[in-house]
Design a protein around this ligand. Structure first.
Ligand code: FMN
Length: 220
């Protein structure tokens, strides 16, 4: 009996070790993704896109091609005036305090608008932790909007919450419009276990999750 228990304990230890070793190897493999130049000559007429804008909660697991991901992130909050570094979405006092994290099956990335690059943050699939609804783990990606309060010059946290929520809304609407134009499904979400997600993402105390937004191809 004791021998069997020892064997089971040994097998569990081996299993955990293999899992940890493969996680470490995987973490080392997660590399920055240089996004291709966004295509700015596409898209359907604005009035038709507004007519089609809607929330959808049924996603296919199909991945987004890199060019579509590039276009999506540029539409969301890319730099549209290189001289000033200003973005496709407005932000209070041009604080640009909202960062877009991208959770895919491969890992978690941070969108860096200036070089138009996805920077690796965390290896592994955290999509399931980005919201309470079951579709979050199936869709190609979940955007996580994170406000960095340290970039907001002044004011009480209540004011910072207000500016961050407003500024997130503009980005989320850009994503809605891009998705409507491209035939992608999307839904912006507040239903998130924010403390658990923030801990998993290793956010600093000044970084606050505002909303998340699922994006993917519609379920066939
Ligand atoms: C701030 C905000 C939070 C939301 N949170 C969720 C959510 O957690 N889960 C969800 O399925 N939809 C969420 N939604 C989407 C709304 O339910 C949706 O926009 C609304 O029902 C209207 O539908 P429409 O977007 O298709 O016009 C949220 C929308 C906003 C603006």
């Amino acid at each position: 009996m004791e021998g069997t228990m020892r064997k089971i304990a040994f097998l569990i230890t081996c299993g955990i070790s293999i899992f940890l070793i493969s996680c470490t190897a995987f973490a080392e493999e997660l590399k920055p993704i240089q996004l291709p130049k966004p295509q700015m000559d596409g898209g359907r007429p604005l009035m038709q896109v507004l007519k089609d804008r809607s929330s959808s909660r049924e996603f296919s697991p199909q991945k987004l091609p890199l060019q579509v991901l590039s276009n999506l992130l540029w539409a969301a909050s890319g730099i549209n005036r290189s001289d000033s570094g200003k973005r496709t979405a407005p932000s209070a006092a041009n604080w640009q305090e909202i960062d877009i994290y991208v959770a895919t099956a491969d890992g978690l990335y941070l969108y860096d608008a200036k070089p138009h690059v996805l920077k690796p943050v965390l290896a592994g699939d955290i999509r399931a932790l980005t919201g309470h609804q079951p579709f979050v783990k199936e869709a190609a990606l979940n955007l996580i909007y994170v406000a960095d309060f340290s970039r907001i010059g002044r004011g009480a946290n209540e004011e910072k919450d207000f500016f961050s929520a407003a500024d997130t809304g503009f980005i989320a609407q850009n994503v809605y419009l891009f998705c409507a134009s491209e035939g992608l499904a999307t839904v912006v979400r507040a239903s998130i276990d924010k403390p658990t997600l923030a801990k998993t993402m290793k956010l600093k105390p000044d970084q606050r999750i505002t909303l998340s937004q699922t994006v993917g191809y519609p379920k066939k």
